[in-house]
Design a protein around this ligand. Structure first.
Ligand SMILES: *Cc1c(COP(=O)(O)O)cnc(C)c1O
Length: 391
C-alpha cells in the first residue's frame, strides 16, 4: 500500500506527470512531431509506444488518460483506443491467431459476442461459451496449449451476474481478461486479483457524461506493449479530445459512482417489494445470488440493474414509454437515468427461447441509474408502476 491510495484520491492525483505546472492536462491536437535527430527516428521506429513521433503511435493527452487509468487499476500500464470495441478487437487479434481457442462467457456485451462469433470464427479462432458465474466454469473449458484468452465480463448484462475475479486470476496458461465497464475502476480492480487484463468502454462510466467514445485496457507493461504493436496497425486510435474529456471524467468518477450506487440500491429496494415487479437483479441486494461475492470484490455495487415486470412484454413497452424522469436509451454510466426494454428493442427479433438463452425475460427493464436526486429517481419508477402497469 502506498500513500494516498484511496480511489477517490488517486482519481484526483493521477495522469498529471506531463502537466508541468498546469493543474489541467493540455490537449495536444497534433498528429506529427518534428524528428530532432536520425538516432531518435531509429530508436522511435524500433521500440513500442514511441512518443513525439506520430499520432497513431502515441499522443501526450492520451498518455495522460492512460496514466490515470493505470493508477486506478493498480496496473503497470494502460493503452487507450478509439472505442470499447476498438479495445476489444485490438486485444483479441493481438493475442489470438488462426487455430487458437478463446473461452468466453455466454452473457456478454453484444458487440463482443458478435466479434467472437463472426470475424473470429471466420479467421479460424474457436470459441467455447461458458456460464461465467458458475464456479470453475472458465477453468474447466481451458484447453492447455490451445486456449490463448479467457474473456469475462463482470458485472454482466442482463442479470448483473458476476465472475469470481480471484478464481479467474488463478487460471494459468491463457491470458485472462475482464470487461469491467459496468464496475468502472472506482469499484473493482481485476488486476489486483491476478487477472492479466482489465478492459473498459470508457464511453460509459469513466467518461461519464455521454460526450465521448473511448476504450482502454490495462495490464503488465510487456503485455500492453505487445497489444500496442498490433493496435498501431489495427488503428482504433484514441482522440486527444476524447482522452481529455475522459480525464476530466476521471476526476469525479469515484464520487459519481458512489452516488449512482447508493441511488441504485435505494431504487432496487423500492422495486423488489413492489407487486408489479417479479424480480430485481442488482448485486447490492441480499437476494442477488452472488451478493457475498459482490461484497468481496466490489467496493459498492454500481449504477446498473435490471428488473422483471410481471406483465411481460406489454408491461415492458408501457413502462419505458411512460417514465417521466428516466430517458429511454441503451447506454450507461452517464448523468441521466436511462431505461430500456431489451425484448421490445435491441432483442426484438428473438423468440421466447432465444431470449431465455440471452438471459432476457420479456418483461425485463434495464436501468442505468444517473445522478438525479435519489428520491426523484425512486418516485419516477414507483409512480410509473402505479400509473401504467395493470392499467
Ligand atoms: C458499451 C460497451 C462496450 C463497447 O464499447 P464502445 O465504447 O461502445 O465501443 C463493451 N463492453 C461493455 C460492457 C459495454 O457496455
Amino acid at each position: 500500500m502506498t500513500e494516498f491510495d484511496h480511489p477517490d484520491t488517486v482519481a484526483i492525483r493521477s495522469g498529471r506527470s506531463a502537466n508541468g505546472t498546469a493543474l489541467n492536462a493540455p490537449i495536444w491536437p497534433n498528429a506529427v512531431w518534428h524528428t530532432p535527430t536520425l538516432e531518435f527516428a531509429r530508436k522511435a521506429s524500433a521500440g513500442a509506444r514511441a512518443g513525439q513521433l506520430y499520432g497513431r503511435y502515441a499522443n501526450p493527452t492520451v498518455n495522460a488518460f492512460e496514466e490515470a487509468i493505470a493508477s486506478l487499476e493498480g496496473a503497470e500500464s494502460a493503452l487507450a483506443f478509439g472505442s470499447g470495441m476498438g479495445a476489444i478487437a485490438s486485444v483479441v487479434f493481438a493475442l489470438c491467431s488462426h487455430g487458437d481457442h478463446i473461452v468466453a462467457q455466454r452473457h456478454i456485451y453484444s458487440g463482443t459476442q458478435m466479434l467472437l462469433q463472426g470475424p473470429c470464427a471466420r479467421m479460424g479462432i474457436d470459441v467455447t461459451w461458458v456460464d461465467g458465474h458458475e464456479p470453475g466454469a472458465f477453468a474447466a473449458a481451458v484447453r492447455p496449449g490451445k486456449t490463448m484468452l479467457v474473456f469475462a465480463e463482470s458485472p454482466a448484462n442482463p442479470q448483473l451476474s458476476l465472475t469470481d475475479l480471484d478464481e479467474l486470476g488463478a487460471i494459468r496458461g491463457p491470458f485472462t481478461l475482464v470487461d469491467s465497464t459496468f464496475a468502472t475502476p472506482a469499484l473493482q480492480q481485476p488486476i489486483r486479483h491476478g487477472v492479466s487484463l482489465s478492459l473498459h468502454s470508457a464511453t460509459k462510466g469513466i467518461g461519464g457524461h455521454n460526450d465521448l467514445t473511448l476504450g482502454v485496457v490495462s495490464g503488465e507493461k510487456d503485455l500492453i506493449d505487445d497489444i500496442w504493436r498490433y493496435g498501431v496497425l489495427h488503428g482504433a486510435t484514441a482522440s486527444p479530445y476524447d482522452a481529455h474529456a475522459a480525464l476530466r471524467g476521471i476526476r469525479t468518477l469515484p464520487i459519481r459512482v458512489a452516488r449512482q450506487s447508493s441511488t441504485a440500491l435505494a431504487l432496487a429496494e423500492a422495486l423488489i417489494v413492489h407487486p408489479a415487479v417479479k424480480a430485481v437483479n442488482y448485486p447490492g441486494l441480499a437476494t442477488h445470488p452472488q451478493h457475498e461475492l459482490a461484497k468481496r470484490q466490489m467496493s459498492s455495487f454500481g449504477s446498473m440493474m435490471s428488473f422483471d415486470l410481471c406483465g411481460g412484454l406489454d408491461a415492458g413497452r408501457r413502462f419505458v414509454e411512460s417514465v417521466r424522469l428516466a430517458v429511454m436509451a441503451s447506454s450507461l454510466g452517464g448523468p441521466e437515468t436511462l431505461v430500456s426494454s431489451p425484448a421490445n428493442s435491441t432483442h426484438v427479433g428473438l423468440n421466447r427461447d432465444e431470449l431465455a438463452v440471452a438471459g432476457i425475460t420479456p418483461g425485463m427493464i434495464r436501468v442505468s441509474v444517473g445522478l438525479e436526486h435519489p428520491d426523484d429517481v425512486v418516485a419516477d419508477f414507483v409512480n410509473t408502476l402505479e400509473s401504467c402497469i395493470g392499467s
